[in-house]
Every structure is written in C-alpha cells, then in structure tokens.
Design a protein around this ligand. Structure first.
Ligand code: FAD
Length: 446
C-alpha cells in the first residue's frame, strides 16, 4: 500500500484515486501480455508516467488497475546521422534531453516538470512547454511510436521517415489521446542542432497590448531565432518572490507585465546585438520600460526560475483554479481583459494570476481569491465556465496543452461540435471496443 499511495493522488491534490493493483512492466512484451489479459477479462486499466499531469488523466478513480511505465526507462538508441533518439515510455524527459546533448544534439521539449514527467506522458498529453514557438509541440517532435493496443497487439511505426505519405498517419491518433486509445511503450524523437548559446532577457513592458507586436519585431530582427517568449502578470511574479526562497525581483518598481525572452544562437553568428537594438528602439517608443540581460549561465537559470516557479508558488499560496487556454495571438489582450471581468462577475474577490506562452497564444489563466479560498473553490464550476465561454467567443481552445482528462471531459461537449464528438467516440469504440483503456477520461459521459 505504501508503494501504491504516491501514484493515487496528483500534484495539486485535486483528484484522489483508488486501485487494487499497481503493475510495473519492464518490457513491451509484458505490457502486451497485461493488455491481452485485461482484454480477455474486461479489466479497466490506467497508464501512468511521471504523474505530473494537471487534468487527472493518470489517476484511477474507479478502482482500475494502474499501469506504471516507470521501469521502461531505457534510451534504446541515438542516431546522429538520422537525427533521432528512441526512448522508452518511462524515460524522464530530462534524461532524454541529456542523452541528446551527450550525442551533440538538442531534444527541445522543455517544461517545468521535466525532472519528473516521462516521454510516454509527454506523447500522451501532446506536451508543449517553453520552446513550442521554435520547435513545435510533442506532436511535431515524434517520428514514430511503439504502441500496445487494447487487445494486446503491438503497433510499431518506428520507421523514422520524415516523409511518408502511405495512408493515414496512425501514430498521430495516440499523441494527445491521454492513454484512452493505446499504451505508448516507446517513441522515436526528432533531434536538432545544439544552439551555440542563448541570449536571455527579462523585459518590463508598458502594457500587455505591446507583447505580440514585440514578438513579431524580435522575430524579424533575429531571423526567427526567438525560442521562448513568456509573459507574466505582476501578481503571479509576486507570489514567486513571496514563496520561493532566493528569488530576486529584477524590476521592484514595475507593476505591469513582464516578458522572459530567449533566443538560441547558432554557431555562425550571435543575434544578441540585433535583439538589443530592437529592444532599445522599443524603449525609445515607450513600449518597454526596462530590460535585464542574463550575463552568465547562472543569471539565465535565475531568470528562468522566476518563470518556472510560478505554478509552485501558486500552490503554496493557497487555492487556485488553473485554466490552460489558447486564443489567436491577436486576441490575447482582449482575452485577458474580458476573462478577468467574467471571473470577477462570478466572484468579486477573484483575481487572475496569468502567465504563459505568448508565442503560442497559450495563457495559464489561474484564478485565486486571497483570503477567500473556500469561496473560490465553491465557485469553481462558475469560474471555469466563465473562462471557457470567453475563450470560445474568441475562437480559442479550452485546453491548450494539458489535455482534458477528468477536468474538462464534460466541458468539451459545449465547445466541440456534435459531429466531432461523435467521430471521437467512434474512434474510441474502434480502438478500445470494451472501454478498458483509461475509461471515463477525455470524452464526455455518453
Ligand atoms: P502522467 O501525468 O503520468 O500522465 C498524463 C496522461 O498521459 C494521463 O492521461 C496518462 O494516463 C497518460 N499516459 C502516461 N503515460 C502513458 C503511456 N505510456 N501511454 C499512454 N498513456 C500514458 N505540460 C505542458 O504541456 N507544458 C508545460 O509547460 C507544463 N508545465 C508543467 C509544470 C508543472 C510544475 C507541472 C506539475 C506540470 C506541467 N505540465 C506541463 C503538465 C505535465 O507535466 C505534462 O502533461 C506531462 O506531459 C505529463 O507527463 P507524465 O509522464 O507526468 O504523465
């Protein structure tokens, strides 16, 4: 029981599960055998990687068997010529990054949970993170998959081809499926040239409206080398200074929005000067107030820490309602304004603590009500509904990168057409006719 307990609740403690059995296979053949038995006995099963998912998808909430992939943690191969790496599902993301680095290549997926989340979980949630602007989401980084189907058969698409138009691209079905269509046992991942260095800068901006224009300017100035373009509301950063020891405020007198911008420089040239000039022009125009460049690797780490510690600081501060949404880039300022208004209409004490990936139109629109935690949690449904409705008005998505899991599987019925939901159900029936794979997640109850 002591061994199973950590697998039954998730990071924020929102979902608590229950399971009679935890299985930890070490080989694909063992996963195949387990699934064949589950198929025969109609036993429901929930796959789990690093248990860092934020929508409850990895938690067995109806007494299912729990399948942890953590022992499948081998890097099977790295090919410098093909620019590929094959990782088993339980490889921790940071270890996949390290293996690529040791081979002189870059695996660019990067997120704050990279020390615990796994490649299988990253594939199954189509994880995003801070480098999507330059390299895309997990869907763009997968060249092939090994998947165990609900009946125990193994589907192997690890051909590693960058061009392959032989019919439907089946691997894509399992990417972002949150374990409801098959169990990912290994993935062939795309590698990239390693940047020669980074230029990282923290920027205090006049108003959220300038963020998108600044992004486009900097892309133009640097020839598209902007890798990360993160935005942080003052309130969200203040939580970091309050709760995370050793963090220092680069702009103590600035009360508005802050950006963390990073470019990755190729070995042939350094785009720092171009970035500095573009930022200096923006200062002259009054669009930005101040900029602090990282001078050393430690400075860079410290600036990234401010951004990446926001979720942890929020958790330490008390109750919060996380909303992971995306809207077209041009509508980000509209959404921030109308979203905050809609949230306060539900609970007047509520405040947004926004941060996110501007370049992807993806905001983590967290809502807190300091001193009123109970009222906030009681208003959860109304607040989530208000945020989702505002997102939909701007033709956005109610889940940009975390998925649906148990958190939004009912809500999705309001924002996807009946035809889309019906087609998703057909897919589920085809691939999992006995509904044994992560049942009750992703799709609304029938
Ligand atoms: P788990 O949490 O174990 O599982 C997630 C889902 O995938 C579940 O539905 C599970 O059933 C399924 N699953 C897991 N392994 C398999 C498998 N082998 N086969 C089939 N299904 C499987 N996410 C982002 O996209 N971007 C971010 O920037 C980001 N930042 C985060 C920051 C923090 C502090 C935390 C705690 C989380 C963050 N996340 C982020 C969310 C989370 O880290 C990702 O969703 C991650 O991809 C989950 O990986 P995992 O191994 O922990 O999967």
């Amino acid at each position: 029981m002591a061994e199973i307990a950590p697998h039954l609740s998730e990071w924020r403690g929102r979902w608590k599960g229950d399971s009679p059995l935890l299985l930890k296979p070490g080989e694909t053949e063992q996963v195949a055998r387990i699934l064949a038995i589950c198929d025969e006995t109609e036993t429901e099963i929930v796959p789990q990687g690093g248990n860092t998912g934020l929508v409850g998808g990895q938690i067995p909430t109806r007494g299912e068997v729990l399948l942890s992939l953590e022992r499948m943690n081998r890097i099977r191969s790295v090919s410098v010529d093909d620019n590929t790496l094959i990782a088993e599902a339980g490889v921790v993301l940071a270890n996949a990054q390290k293996a690529a680095d040791q081979a002189g290549r870059l695996f660019p997926l990067s997120l704050a949970a990279e020390g615990s989340c796994t490649i299988g979980g990253n594939v199954s949630t189509n994880a995003g993170g801070v480098n999507v602007l330059r390299y895309g989401m997990m869907r763009d980084l997968v060249l092939g998959l090994e998947v165990v189907l609900a009946n125990g058969r193994v589907l192997d698409s690890m051909r590693g081809l960058r061009k392959d138009n032989t019919g439907y691209d089946l691997k894509q079905l399992f990417i972002g499926a949150e374990g409801t269509l098959g169990i990912v046992t290994a993935a062939m991942l795309k590698l990239f040239p390693k940047p020669a260095g980074y230029t990282t800068v923290f920027v205090a901006i006049a108003d959220v409206d300038v963020a998108v224009e600044l992004l486009h300017r900097l892309q133009e100035a640097t020839g598209g080398l902007v890798t990360a373009f993160e935005i942080m509301q003052r309130r969200a950063l203040d939580l970091v200074f309050k709760h995370i020891p050793g963090t220092v405020d680069p702009f103590p007198s600035h009360s508005g929005w802050t950006l963390l911008i990073e470019i990755s420089n190729p070995s042939a040239f350094d785009a720092t000067e171009a970035l500095e000039q573009a930022l200096a022009r923006a200062v002259e125009e009054g669009k930005i107030f101040d900029a602090v460049f990282a001078k050393t690797a430690r400075d860079r780490e410290a600036l990234w820490r401010l951004r990446e510690a926001i979720p942890e600081a929020q958790r330490l501060d008390g109750a919060s309602i996380a909303n992971d949404i995306s809207v077209p880039l041009s509508r980000i300022p509209d959404f921030i304004r109308s979203g905050e208004k809609a949230v306060r209409a539900v609970l007047s004490e509520a405040r947004t603590f926004t941060f996110g990936h501007v370049g992807d139109g993806n905001l983590h629109f967290a809502v807190q009500a300091p001193g009123h935690d109970a009222a906030l949690l009681a208003a959860r449904d109304g607040i989530e509904r208000a945020v989702q409705d505002e997102t939909a008005k701007l033709r956005g998505s109610i889940s940009a990168e975390h998925g649906l899991g148990l958190a939004k599987n009912e809500a999705i019925a309001r924002y996807r057409s009946a035809d889309e939901i019906a087609l998703m159900r057909e897919l589920k029936r085809t691939l999992d006719p006995k509904n044994i794979l992560n049942p009750g997640k992703v799709l609304p109850a029938a």
